[in-house]
Design a protein around this ligand. Structure first.
Ligand SMILES: NC(=O)c1ccc[n+]([C@@H]2O[C@H](COP(=O)([O-])OP(=O)(O)OC[C@H]3O[C@@H](n4cnc5c(N)ncnc54)[C@H](OP(=O)(O)O)[C@@H]3O)[C@@H](O)[C@H]2O)c1
Length: 178
């Protein structure tokens, strides 16, 4: 049972700018649409646990639903999912512990946790095993932070660092326990 984060942040640690924008993710030109390790990562997980705000951002892109794995959207306010997504997207709520346990019982043992507040909830419960952070070379100066307050220190060990397109550093950390 492992929970993974794969997310891009600005140098100053934001995942969206002050207007909830993410176009800065394209700061580094990628004319050949080179994959930055995301598809390999997706192959390692059974399901995606996504915060409601992130889900609404993805829905706002329009077009085809992009995720090949089941997506569990965390929300206390959403009541329905569009009919076209009913076999791909499911609502879930509860603590990070509840969510992890419920999905584990259903056979989803490796989870991709996405969305700032959602990730923070899992970190507060010390339920993140791996963090893969792609650093985009831009300072946003404000916006949606990836990290928040924690009850204590959480130590990680660096598993690898890769540079993509000469500009984006991808840092892979594993939680060091005990
Ligand atoms: N840079 C990147 O790679 C990247 C990746 C992902 C997202 N983003 C951006 O980040 C922003 C979204 O992040 P965010 O911090 O605003 O939040 P988020 O985690 O996407 O969504 C927060 C919402 O999720 C729900 N939620 C979270 N934990 C829950 C739980 N345990 N049980 C029930 N509901 C729970 C709540 O919804 P309710 O209010 O409905 O209860 C909460 O308001 C968007 O702008 C998105 O585009 C960027």
């Amino acid at each position: 049972m492992s929970n993974y984060v794969y997310i891009a942040t600005s140098i100053d640690g934001y995942i969206a700018d002050r207007n909830d924008g993410i176009d800065w993710l394209e700061t580094v030109p990628n004319p050949d649409q080179k994959d930055l390790g995301f598809y390999d990562f997706l192959n390692r997980v059974d399901a995606i646990v996504m915060g409601r705000n992130t889900y609404e951002t993805v829905l706002g892109f329009g077009g085809e639903w992009p995720y090949p794995k089941p997506v569990f959207v965390c929300s206390t306010t959403l009541k329905t999912i569009p009919e076209s997504l009913e076999d791909k997207v499911f609502l879930i709520k509860g603590t990070a512990e509840d969510i992890t346990r419920t999905l584990d019982r259903r056979g989803y043992t490796n989870l991709y946790i996405d969305g700032g507040k959602t990730i923070q909830g899992f970190l507060q419960a010390d339920l993140i095993d791996e963090l893969i952070l792609s650093k985009i070379p831009v300072l946003l100066g404000g916006g949606t932070p990836l990290f928040g307050v924690l009850p204590g220190h959480l130590e990680f060990e660096l598993l690898s660092s890769k540079t993509y397109l000469n500009q984006i550093v991808s840092l892979r950390y594993r939680r060091r326990r005990g």
